[in-house]
Write a protein that binds this ligand. Structure first.
Ligand code: GDG
Length: 727
């Protein structure tokens, strides 16, 4: 049976122990609230920490109860684990960094090591619970290493990852000493989701810079897998909130609020007490509003509901103290006997009371300095009905791109927030209702259920797409067939590319010289008289000559410009010219100068612009610029522009690896033809081959080849296997 396995730091139920007695309650926070509404206790599974430290006797009974009654599997964490992995690395390092507060970030090796260890503990529990057909959906920044840890142990698992907080720009992310491990960890997933497209952009940029892997339209080609990344803005359980406004208890509590606030205009704000939520700035803006608009004194009340959060983390303790003080200052400065301007609740309210608050509020003030999404803004809109209501929303929240009918503010500007409050108080109910209706239309459609369905369906599709790519993977059965036809053949042609196919890439092309093992493999092949081996490369003939000149095999240099039959001398392909190089060379030299990390390679009949070590973001633009300029200059010449693996090559038209392969194929009748290559230039060879030939691409990606093998290592192993079978 296909089940959903949710994995998150906390379970949807929190367990507390007081004097030996255990109490179960609903977990708070955006993630728990959102996912609880799609979680099916009977069928699905939820893996996470229960809130109680692991102890052998207590843990076992508790675990059974959680599993039986809640469909939950607790991960056993010690107090030290929680302190270093949760309070430490997750909340003292990742949280501030990803929310653009580098000044709060703590870099601590011990906390990092514990983060690794706890992610492993999570992996152990997942592996106990998950079957190979299950959808494993991992949540949030506490578990960024988990996708890879599961992938390493369950290679075919279907793994989705969702990040609930922003992914910062590379300029911030690079500060993290463990940035590469985090990226590699995440790339263990099949699908990675984030709230907003900006976060996806930042993530892709970090992937390109840190791994060098190719990315294209939200697809990452990494470690022989394709990983998809996309924006999935999370919604809320719209009906649950909207229907609750008619609940008797909500009505009653609403009336109470109305009476206690004496019918004054009510502004509310609701958040976890967190520095990213901009609570201090919000209070300062309200203070500014009161000082600039005395006509509103006694006429407005701000109710701030601040849910205690991460109370053991030092920055949060300091923040709490400063907010207490600020609230006291404002109330002391502006309050009167009958009017307290700021009502500050430091606790969590039951659902009904929260809804009543949303329902009664004329204005909801949501002003985070950074927020992945912000569900409060959406919940407020869902709880309105015909009585108007204005949402003042920070442009720094993920929700801002969806809730375009809110009053948008920069939360750092007390002036802007003050003006927005004034404008909201002066807006007609008709206009307020129009704006609310527009936003409700969107929220009623884009619910949390829809969000979860979209993500899990996409995960299924990604897996199918990946499976179709993998259908070309050379398996044991096909290998056996190839080996069989090699053994029975007497005239064999073996066409091999060099870089990326027989050797790994290196930052500098000249460093990728052949090693001993490669010479052994080639010598073994050549030693069989039935074999004709041809090395078809884009390299200069001088290099090939130096490395392979003494061996009895044919060589093709510069993508088909030069051919050297085994034991013969170099021959130039027909209709080749090189005069054009004089006019193109200065142009490419100009781009080398303007683009650090690029270099110009001059071959006899082509010019190559290499950009392997250049800034990958800059290259996206620069490459277009280079090719467009080249196109203008070469339109009346018989030369072409070809994109290869991190290179742009300018060369004579009609001469390519395909034409070189043809030269050999048509020279003799072969009963076994094998061609192996890794990049776009080798596709010309694959296209040229007769139908009975065998073609293998090295690495993932679309190809005309019949089979795929992951790396040069597997190719070498395969060539060895062929040779041995032919003995
Ligand atoms: C993270 C990201 C992202 C709050 N007070 C009470 C209460 N709540 C509920 C709200 C809302 C949730 O907590 C808060 O969600 P947010 O989205 O506003 O913020 P975070 O907790 O920081 O959540 C955030 C979210 O994950 C989801 O991906 O949007 O950007 O930081 O649902 O209703 N619920 C009750 N009483 C309260 O006093 N019952």
């Amino acid at each position: 049976m296909k089940r959903l396995i949710i994995v998150s730091n906390r379970l949807p139920v929190t367990v507390e122990e007081k004097n030996g007695r255990v109490r179960f309650s609903k977990s708070v926070g955006g993630l728990a609230t959102g996912l609880s509404s799609i979680f099916n206790r009977a069928a699905d599974r939820w893996i996470g920490w229960s809130g109680i430290y692991a102890s052998k006797s207590f843990g076992r009974t508790l675990g059974k109860k959680l599993t039986r009654e809640y469909g939950c599997y607790p991960v056993p964490l010690s107090q030290k684990d929680v302190q270093l992995y949760y309070e430490g690395f997750s909340n003292d390092t990742v949280w501030p960094l990803f929310h653009y507060f580098p000044q709060f970030v703590v870099y601590d090796d011990e906390a990092w090591e514990r983060y690794v260890k706890v992610n492993k503990l999570f992996a152990d529990t997942v592996l106990k619970v998950a079957g190979k057909n299950d959808n494993i959906w991992i949540h949030d920044y506490h578990l960024m290493l988990l996708p890879k840890m599961i992938r390493d142990r369950l290679p075919d698992a279907k793994i989705g990852f969702f990040l609930h907080i922003p992914f910062p720009s590379f300029e911030l992310f690079r500060l993290l000493p463990w940035r590469k491990e985090i990226i590699e960890g995440l790339l263990g997933a099949n699908l990675i989701g984030m709230h907003a497209y900006d976060y996806v952009r930042h993530f892709l940029s970090s992937v390109k810079r840190l791994t060098g892997s190719e990315t294209n339209l939200g697809k990452i080609y990494h470690a022989n897998r394709v990983i998809e990344v996309d924006a999935f803005p999370m919604g809320i359980d719209y009906k649950k909130f909207h229907n609750a406004i008619h609940d008797e208890k909500v009505k009653k509590y609403g009336e109470k609020i109305h009476k206690e606030t004496k019918g004054r205009k009510l502004i509310i704000s609701v958040d976890r007490l967190d520095y990213s939520k901009g609570i201090r700035k919000r209070l300062e803006a309200f203070e500014y509003f009161l000082s600039k608009n005395p006509e509103y004194h006694e006429k407005v009340v701000l109710i701030m509901l601040e849910v205690p959060s991460r109370v053991k983390v030092k920055t949060y303790k300091t923040l709490k103290g400063s907010i207490d003080e600020l609230v006291g200052r404002i109330n002391g400065k502006f309050g009167t006997i009958g009017w307290v301007p700021v009502w500050y609740l430091y606790r969590s309210l039951p659902f009904n009371e929260l809804v009543a608050l949303y329902k009664q509020a004329d204005i909801c003030l949501v002003t985070p300095l950074r927020d992945g999404m912000n569900l409060v803004a959406k919940e407020y809109i869902a709880c309105r009905e015909k009585s108007g209501g204005v949402l003042i929303l920070s442009e720094m929240a993920g929700a801002a791109s969806e809730l375009v009918d809110s009053f948008s503010v920069n939360p750092n500007s007390a002036y802007e927030v003050c003006e927005a409050i004034k404008a909201a108080l002066g807006t007609s109910v008709k206009e307020q209702n129009e704006r609310i209706r527009n936003m409700q239309g969107l929220l009623a459609e884009s619910t949390v259920q829809r969000w979860a369905a979209l993500f899990t369906e996409r995960l299924e599709r990604v897996k199918v797409r990946q499976a179709s790519l993998q259908s070309k993977a050379l398996d044991a059965k096909s290998t056996k067939k190839i080996v069989g036809s090699y053994r029975t053949s007497v005239n064999r042609l073996i066409l091999l590319d060099y870089d990326g196919t027989l050797m790994p890439f290196s930052d500098k092309p000249e460093k990728a010289y052949p090693d001993e093992e490669l010479y052994d493999v080639l010598n073994e092949l050549i030693s069989d008289k039935k074999n004709e081996v041809v090395l078809i490369s884009g390299r200069k003939k001088r290099e090939l000559e130096k490395w392979f000149g003494g061996m009895k095999m044919s060589l093709v240099a510069e993508h088909g410009v030069w051919l050297r039959e085994a034991g013969g001398s170099w021959v130039l392909a027909k209709n080749i010219k090189q005069k054009w190089k004089d006019s193109i060379r200065p142009l490419l030299q100009f781009y080398v100068m303007r683009t650090p990390g690029t270099l110009l390679e001059e071959k006899d009949y082509s010019l190559v612009w290499h950009y392997r070590t250049a800034d990958p973001e800059l290259i996206v633009f620069r490459k277009n610029e280079v090719t467009e300029t080249l196109l203008q200059y070469t339109s009346n010449l018989n030369i072409g522009i070809m994109e290869g693996n991190k290179v742009v090559e300018v060369k004579n038209l009609g001469v390519d690896k395909g034409s070189a392969a043809m030269h050999f194929i048509s020279g003799k009748i072969y009963d076994f033809i094998l061609a192996v290559g890794d990049d776009i230039t080798d596709e010309d060879v694959f296209r040229t081959l007769p139908s009975n030939a065998i073609s293998i691409k090295v690495g993932i990606g679309h190809t005309n080849a019949a089979f795929i093998l992951p790396t040069y290592n597997e190719i070498r192993a395969m060539l060895r296997k062929l040779k041995r079978s032919g003995k």
